[in-house]
Design a protein around this ligand. Structure first.
Ligand code: ARG
Length: 657
């Protein structure tokens, strides 16, 4: 049972005879902030003061008189200006726990009205190696899909692969000019990714060479402006002078940043320029930018050679990505890449035109949207379609195929404006009733607080990251095992456990962050044995199993006699309520699509109350058998919620660690 939802329903019945609109009032029923006041707290009497023309304490009493919670709560109490405090009855808690023991879903109900969700996540551009930036979309999207599905919704997870964009133009161009045949024969994907990086490098040199003079000019202008402002006499108007000084400091700050960035670019360029072979190629391929675009256009137009190459490259690139997904235990219902929508693009544009939603502007087809400075371009002057056009076609396809209630896009925050425009355009186009949401997330930072890069300045590859996490996990697992009188594990077993611990740590480390903020990547933090980490939760789970082994407790049999459960110690009661609140935590996750509300629950509520319980309530050494069995059942439920919670985060548990 979802206790909060149940209480809200009961309040709804009571309130609906008093007011028209109950739902904002129901939101004011929350878990109590301090257990002194009980388990839940309803703050809905105070805002009704004006409307009902009564003292809130009286209103609270009216609500209580109408409220039917006698089966689940002690008599509600009114506190302060009119708070209603609710304390669950111990025997009701016990009943619910007993029900959870016998329930595979641990008491988590399925939603009454399931919705259909399309969750668009991971979606890498396939011709490039996956990097650290892909971890976030992949694990956040996977968790949201798992949780929504667990709650009974219909979920279609879609990996919207970038398999049709400029990056293919880049490898086609690179393949034609820079491939090493032997290397390609031996390991095509490695060679393709070398080719990709090499083309990128040449393009970088050219782009930097072109950009530097402009940026230096802008820097000089900025310096002049600073001098100019400095030379001005104070006006005597205190406020104005203060503001001028503040603006000047701000400008100086920006100037310093710009200077730093330019110096960095110059250094990078100098390094590249030191490589004379590279520079010879840069010279030879000075028009690479346009050439790459041409290769892309040719591919899109069905050029035989390019299409053949694309068909040759694509499965190889996808295999490479699949390896990462297999390790991460990530699956999708569909993987319709961008190429899948190619045939629809022209129709999308003409449909927008026909409906009067798009106009020609400077040769391009544009959708002008209220509230945006620039229009959304859906066809370029040269006839090429864009990322946005494909996304519109994708929406059309999804609506036709699944009629979803919601489409979630788990994509990094830099694409915020793209999605704002896309959703606005889709609404104009007729998708008014579907919830479209950009599940935006921040950047993974290195220890220096800047986007995580390798020493050579490349973004960090995802496979290398996984390897490192697993190898560090191996050290932790082995050290722990070596400490035992007789180590438990063979080398092979240590390796399997480390894979789960390392990858679990990485996922949890990401999922436990507020998705909208940047975070600093740290192996130490994410594999820490103590604190809000997967390792800690995995150990907590394994420790419960070890209690059962040591006490030779037959847990299956215990579960069948769950009616013996009792709550005598306050720590037992607190743990019991925490266990029952699992359903609420999952609801919270789906409210604004935030996986960290699940990790928070697991650590802050469940694991912490388990620790207090464990410190105060001996299990194997309990005073009598009834208490021992009851406590063992609490341990078992805790472990099961941890296991189920981690599973929803895509993380496995092991019986022994
Ligand atoms: N492939 C894109 C990128 O790497 C992300 C795609 C996100 N999904 C979407 N429907 N636009 O930036």
């Amino acid at each position: 049972m979802n206790i909060l939802a149940e209480l809200r329903q009961r309040f709804d019945s009571a309130l609906s005879s008093m007011v028209e609109e109950t739902s904002p009032l129901l939101d004011m029923i929350r878990p109590a902030t301090d257990s002194k006041f009980g388990d839940y707290q309803a703050n809905c009497a105070m805002p009704l003061k004006k409307q009902l023309g009564k003292n809130p304490r009286e209103i609270a009493q009216d609500i209580i008189d109408k409220l039917d919670v006698a089966d689940m709560c002690e008599t509600p109490e009114i506190a302060g200006p009119g708070f209603i405090n609710l304390k669950l009855k111990d025997d009701w808690i016990t009943q619910q726990l007993v029900a959870s023991v016998g329930d595979d879903r641990l008491g988590v109900p399925k939603v009454a009205t399931p919705k259909t969700y399309v969750v668009d996540y991971s979606s890498p551009n396939v011709a490039k190696p996956m990097h650290v930036g892909h971890i976030r979309s992949t694990v956040i999207g996977d968790t949201l899909s798992r949780v929504l599905r667990f709650l009974g919704h219909n979920v279609i997870s879609d990996n919207h692969l970038g398999d049709w964009g400029t990056q293919f133009g880049m490898i086609i161009y690179g393949y034609k000019h820079f491939r090493e045949d032997a290397a390609y024969q031996q390991n095509p994907v490695a060679e393709l990714s070398r080719i990709y990086r090499f083309v990128r490098k040449i393009m970088d040199v050219l782009e930097t060479q072109a950009a530097l003079p402009k940026r230096k000019l802008a820097l000089a202008d900025q310096a002049d402006e600073i001098e100019n402002r400095k030379s001005k006499e104070p006006t005597g108007d205190k406020a104005a002078d203060k503001k001028a000084a503040k603006d000047l400091r701000k400008l100086e700050g920006q100037h310093n940043n710009a200077k730093g960035a330019i110096a960095e670019l110059e250094n990078k360029l100098a390094d590249l320029q030191a490589d004379s072979d590279l520079m010879a190629l840069v010279k030879e391929h000075a028009k690479i930018n346009t050439a790459v675009l041409q290769e892309t256009v040719k591919l899109h137009e069905g050029d035989e050679e390019n299409l053949k190459l694309w068909h040759e490259f694509l499965p190889k690139c996808r295999d490479e990505i699949q390896r990462v997904y297999d390790r991460l235990d990530i699956t999708f219902d569909v993987e319709y890449g961008e190429s899948f929508y190619h045939d629809r693009l022209a129709n999308v544009v003409s449909d927008f035109e026909k409906q009067g939603l798009a106009k020609q502007s400077e040769g391009a087809t544009c959708v002008f949207l209220d509230g945006f400075k620039a229009p959304m371009i859906i066809r370029k002057q040269d006839g090429a379609f864009l990322y946005a056009t494909t996304d519109l076609a994708t929406i059309q396809y999804r609506m036709e195929t699944w009629k979803p209630d919601a489409m979630l896009y788990v994509v990094d925050h830099r694409q915020g404006e793209h999605f704002d425009k896309l959703f606005a355009a889709a609404k104009l186009w007729g998708c008014a009733d579907v919830e479209m949401k950009h599940i935006s997330f921040g950047t993974v930072m290195g220890p220096d607080g800047k986007p995580y890069k390798t020493r050579s300045g490349d973004t960090v590859g995802l496979e290398g990251l996984l390897d490192e996490a697993v190898s560090r996990a191996l050290t932790i697992v082995s050290d722990n095992d070596d400490k035992k009188e007789t180590p438990d594990f063979s080398d092979a077993k240590r390796n399997t456990i480390s894979e789960l611990v390392g990858i679990g740590g990485l996922k949890y480390g990401d999922l436990s962050q507020n998705r909208e903020t940047d975070y600093i990547f740290s192996y130490e933090k994410m594999l820490a044995l103590n604190g809000n980490t997967a390792t800690y939760m995995q150990y907590a789970y394994a420790r419960v199993q070890s209690i059962f082994r040591r006490g030779s407790i037959d847990i299956e049999q215990l579960r069948e006699n769950a009616s013996g459960l009792q709550l005598n110690h306050p720590a037992e009661r607190t743990l019991a309520v925490a266990i029952l609140r699992f359903a609420e935590a999952l609801d919270d996750v789906t409210f604004d699509y935030r996986p960290n509300l699940l990790t928070n629950y697991l650590f802050e509520e469940l694991a912490k109350s388990y620790s207090t319980f464990f410190a105060n309530c001996p299990v194997l050494k309990a005073e009598d058998d009834v208490t021992k069995e009851s406590r063992a059942l609490l341990c078992d439920l805790t472990a099961r919620v941890i296991q189920q919670g981690l599973q929803l985060l895509g993380i496995s548990t092991v019986e022994k660690m």
